[in-house]
Design a protein around this ligand. Sequence first.
Ligand code: AMP
Ligand code: MG
Length: 332
Amino acid sequence: MGCGKPSTETPHLIPYTETRTLMGTVVSITVYAPTFEKGEEAASDAYRQMEALERLLSGYTAESDVSRVNRMAGASAPVSPPTLFVIERALEMSKLTGGAFDITVGPLVALWRDSVVRARLPSDADLQAALLQVGYRKVKVSEGAEEATVSIPVGTSIDLGGIAKGYIVDQAVGVLRRHVSSALVNAGGDVYALGAKPGGEPWVIGVQDPRRPDDLSAYIDTLYVTDRAVATSGNYARYFEIEGKRYSHIVDPRTGRPVDSVPSATIIARDATTADALATAVSVLGATGTRELVLSLPGVESLLFVRTEEGRWERHASPGISALTTKPPRLD
Ligand code: AMP
Ligand code: MG
C-alpha cells in the first residue's frame, strides 16, 4: 500500500471531550484517540451504553426495572441482568457497611421530598412510620434459570441513586476500553480514570471545595490517579431545603434523618460501583466509622471533610491518600 509510515512511529494521540446531560447530571467523557473521528466514535458508543442502562435503573421513568420492582411491591418483579447485578452489589454493600448503605431508603427519601413540597419538617410519627418500611434484608432476590426476580414488601421502595451512577460509569469504561487505553469519565462526581494520559502522566482529579459550592473551579484537594475510580458524595451539590435550612440528600437509614456532619466524602476504589456506594455510606458513618471500614478494605482510600459541632472544618484522610495527592515526579 505504497506510502506506509515507518512502523516504529508512536501513534500521536489527541484528546476528544464530549459532555451530555444524563442521569440528571452532567456527564463528560475525555478520550485520547488517534483521530477526532475515533474519539467521537468511542464516546458515542459509551454514551449509548449509559443511556440504555439509565433506562433500566432510573427511578424516574415508569418503564425502568426499578419502577417495576416498586410498583409490584408484594410480588416478584422480573429484572434484567444489569439491574440484578446492581441490586446484589447494593445488598453486599449494605452488609459491608452495617446497613449505612441501604437501597430501601425509598420511603424516607419520599418523606423528605414531600416535606419540601409541604415546606414543613416531617413529624416524628411520620419518620417512625417510614422507618418501619426500611431495611435491606426486606429485599428478596431470586435467580431462576429463565429469569431473575426481585421482591420487596408492600410499603417499601428501592432507590438506586447511591450506586447506579457508579455502575453506569464502570460499564461506559468497559465500552471505552474496546476503543482506547486512556480515558476519563466524570458523571457528576462519579469518576473513572482509565489508564494514564499519553506519556504516562496520571489523570488529575480535583475535589470540589465544600465551603465554596457555587465555584466549580474551587478545589480543596487534588488527586493523581491511574486506573482508579473516584466518587464524591457532597451535600453541597444536591440537597433538600425546608424552612430555609439545607438538608443532605443522603439519609441515615437508622434514624431516618438526613446526614449533616460530612459535607464532602470521597472514596477511591478499583471500580466506580464500589466507590459510589461507599461514598454514600461513609457520609452516614462519619469520620470514625469510615476509618475503621476503609482500613479493612484493600484498595480503598477515603478523604472526608467534616464539620464539627463548633463549626470547624476537619480533613480526615486514610493512610494511602498522601501517595495520591502528591504529583509523582517525572523520571524520564
Ligand atoms: P450519592 O450522591 O451517590 O451519595 O447518592 C445519594 C442518593 O442515594 C440519594 O439521592 C438517594 O437517592 C440515595 N440514598 C440516600 N441515602 C442513602 C443511603 N443511606 N444508602 C443508599 N442510598 C441512599
Ligand atoms: Mg453514591
